[in-house]
Design a protein around this ligand. Structure first.
Ligand SMILES: Cc1ncc(COP(=O)(O)O)c(C=O)c1O
Length: 500
C-alpha cells in the first residue's frame, strides 16, 4: 500500500494511479468536433499523448495534502532561522492580496482602470520612505539581493554623473556581511574590499579608515549587523565614507529591529533596501516571491528605475520619462501581491504598532539569548537586537558539530536555526525568534535544546547521526548539490527488453 504517513518514503504522483484512471470525465460531445489542426498549426501539434499521471481525484488530493503535511512553515511551528525573519504572516494580508480588484488585474490594463493599484503603490512608497528616513523609492526589485543590485546601479549612476565612474571602482563590505552583499557588488562590476570587525562585533573604525580611498564607491552595511548587534559607531562610519566621496548602502534585511525606533536615513545611509517579505510579512523561504524596494536620498531619486508612480493632482500614472534612470529592473509593477501584503501589514499596525513589533522582536531575542547562553559560547556578550549568534564549539570535544545539533532539532519537530553564518563565528548558530512567538514557545525551545545538550553528554552518537524521525535522513548535501538528480524516469516494463 502506498501510504500517506508522515514517515517513510513518499511516492511521486507518477507512481500512483493506473492507466485510464481519471478525476472526472466530460460528457460526450453533442456538437461536431472541431479538427484540432484548424485551431493549432499542425507543426505545433504533438504526436504522442503527454505522459501525465493517471489518478483519481482523491488520489490527487491525498497526494498534495500529504506533501503539505511534510512541509514545515511558520503556520506549523517555531522557525528560528536567523537573518530570515520567519515571523507569522497575518491572514488579513492574504485576504487583501486576494481581493479580486487586486488579484485579477492584468498588467497591460490601461492606467485609468488600475488607479487603486497605483494609489496603493504610491502610498506604500511614501510609508517606506518615512520608515527609511529617505526621499523616494522604487518598489520594483523582486528580492533583497535584487534591491542590492538596483541600489548599487544607482550608486554607479551617481558617480558616473559626477564624472567619477571610472575611478570609484570599490565597494567596502564588512567581514560579517551577508553573502549577497559582496555578490551584488561584484555583479555590478565593483571590486569588493573587506573591512574587519572588532572584538565587539562591530565594524572597526580604524580598519575602515585604512581601506577608504578615492576609489571608494560606497560601503554596504546592515544595522543591526548580521551578529544582531547595533553598529554603535555608525555616525562616524558614515562620516568617513562621505568625506571620501562614497555613498552608504543600508541592507535593510535586519530592519525588523529598528522600525519606528531609528531610521537609516538619519544614521547617514543614502540608499536602503527593505525585504518586504521579511520585515513586512509575506510568506517566504522556498515559498512565495519577495520584494526588495529601495529608497534613496533626494539627489539620487533621478536615477531610480523606470517607471515611477506619480500623482498629478487628479490621477496616478506611471512615469517613464526619466532621462537619468538606470532603466528597468523588473517587468510591470514588481511583485504586486507582495506589495499589497506589505501595505496591509503597515496599515494594520500603524506607526505605534510597527514600533511595538521591533521592541517585541528585540525583547524576545534578548530573553532567548540569555536563556541559551549557559549552554553555548556567546562570542559577543552584548545586548542583541532582533537576533543573536552563539557558538557550539565546546561540543566539538564530544565530536558533535553545530550541524548535528541543527539536525537533531528536526527530530523534535522544530525548524533549525541558521548555522555556520556569519562566517566570523566558529560553529555559529544564529537565532532570530521574531516578535510573533510567545514566551511559552521560547521556553519550549530552550527545553528542547537542553534535552539535546544532555544527549550530547550521554549519547553523542545519537546527535551525530540525527535526524532519525524525518522522512529523509541525513543527506550527502555536497553530492545532492553537485549531482542533482531531478528527473523521474518511468520504469521500463519487463517485456521492453524482449522479456529479459
Ligand atoms: C542580511 C541579509 N541581507 C540580504 C539578504 C538577501 O535577501 P533575499 O533573500 O530577499 O535576496 C538576506 C537574506 O537572508 C539577509 O539576511
Amino acid at each position: 500500500m502506498t501510504g500517506y504517513l508522515l514517515k517513510g518514503s513518499f511516492p511521486l504522483i507518477f507512481e500512483r494511479g493506473a492507466p485510464g484512471r481519471r478525476g472526472w470525465r466530460l460528457p460526450a460531445l453533442d456538437v461536431p468536433e472541431a479538427p484540432l489542426d484548424d485551431l493549432i498549426p499542425a507543426v505545433q501539434l504533438r504526436e504522442d499523448d503527454p505522459a501525465l499521471p493517471e489518478v483519481s481525484e482523491p488520489e490527487v488530493v491525498r497526494h498534495y495534502v500529504g506533501l503539505s503535511r511534510r512541509n514545515y512553515g511558520v503556520d506549523v511551528g517555531f522557525y528560528p532561522l536567523g537573518s530570515c525573519t520567519m515571523k507569522y504572516n497575518p491572514k488579513v494580508n492574504e485576504w487583501a492580496a486576494a481581493l479580486p480588484g487586486f488579484a485579477r488585474l492584468h498588467p497591460y490594463q490601461p492606467e485609468e482602470t488600475v488607479q487603486g493599484a497605483l494609489e496603493l503603490m504610491y502610498r506604500l512608497e511614501r510609508y517606506l520612505c518615512e520608515i527609511a528616513g529617505l526621499h523616494r523609492a522604487t518598489l520594483q526589485p523582486a528580492a533583497g539581493a535584487h534591491g542590492e543590485l538596483t541600489g548599487l546601479m544607482v550608486m554607479r549612476a551617481y558617480h558616473e554623473k559626477n564624472g567619477e565612474g571610472h575611478k570609484r571602482t570599490e565597494v567596502i563590505v564588512p567581514d560579517s556581511a551577508h553573502g549577497t552583499n559582496p555578490a551584488s557588488a561584484a555583479m555590478c562590476g565593483f571590486r569588493v574590499v573587506e573591512v574587519k570587525s572588532n572584538a565587539r562585533g562591530s565594524v572597526d573604525v580604524d580598519a575602515l579608515r585604512a581601506v577608504v580611498s578615492e576609489r571608494t564607491a560606497g560601503l554596504m552595511l546592515t544595522n543591526p549587523n548580521t551578529l544582531g548587534l547595533f553598529e554603535e559607531d555608525i555616525v562616524e562610519l558614515a562620516r568617513i565614507v562621505h568625506e571620501a566621496g562614497g555613498l552608504l548602502y543600508y541592507d535593510g534585511a535586519n530592519a525588523n529591529a529598528i522600525l519606528g525606533i531609528c531610521r537609516p536615513g538619519d544614521m547617514g545611509f543614502d540608499i536602503v533596501h527593505f525585504n518586504l517579505h521579511k520585515t513586512f510579512s509575506t510568506p517566504h523561504g522556498g515559498g512565495g516571491p519577495g520584494a526588495g524596494p529601495i529608497a534613496v536620498r533626494e539627489d539620487l531619486a533621478r536615477f531610480l528605475p523606470v517607471p515611477t508612480v506619480e500623482w498629478d493632482g487628479e490621477r496616478y500614472y506611471l512615469d517613464y520619462d526619466r532621462p537619468d534612470a538606470i532603466g528597468r529592473v523588473k517587468g510591470f509593477y514588481g511583485n504586486f501581491g507582495v506589495l499589497v501584503r506589505a501595505y496591509t501589514y503597515i496599515r494594520m499596525h500603524g506607526s505605534e504598532g510597527l514600533r511595538r513589533v521591533s521592541e517585541q522582536a528585540v525583547i524576545n531575542a534578548n530573553y532567548l539569548m540569555r536563556r541559551l547562553a549557559p549552554l553555548f559560547d556567546l562570542p559577543y556578550d552584548r545586548h542583541c537586537k532582533h537576533e543573536f549568534v552563539l557558538s557550539g564549539r565546546r561540543y566539538k570535544r564530544q565530536g558533535v558539530r553545530t550541524l548535528d545539533i541543527a539536525k537533531r532539532l528536526l527530530d523534535y519537530g522544530l525548524h533549525a536555526p541558521t548555522i555556520y553564518f556569519p562566517l566570523i563565528v566558529e560553529e555559529a548558530i544564529m537565532i532570530e525568534p521574531t516578535e510573533t512567538e510567545t514566551k511559552e514557545t521560547l521556553d519550549e525551545f530552550v527545553r528542547v535544546v537542553e534535552a539535546i545538550v544532555e544527549e550530547i553528554e550521554k549519547d553523542p552518537e545519537l546527535v551525530r547521526t540525527a535526524p532519525h524521525e524525518t522522512p529523509v535522513r541525513r543527506m550527502d548535501e555536497a553530492r545532492a548539490a553537485r549531482q542533482p538528480n531531478l528527473c523521474w524516469c518511468a520504469p521500463v516494463p519487463a517485456d521492453a527488453h524482449g522479456g529479459e
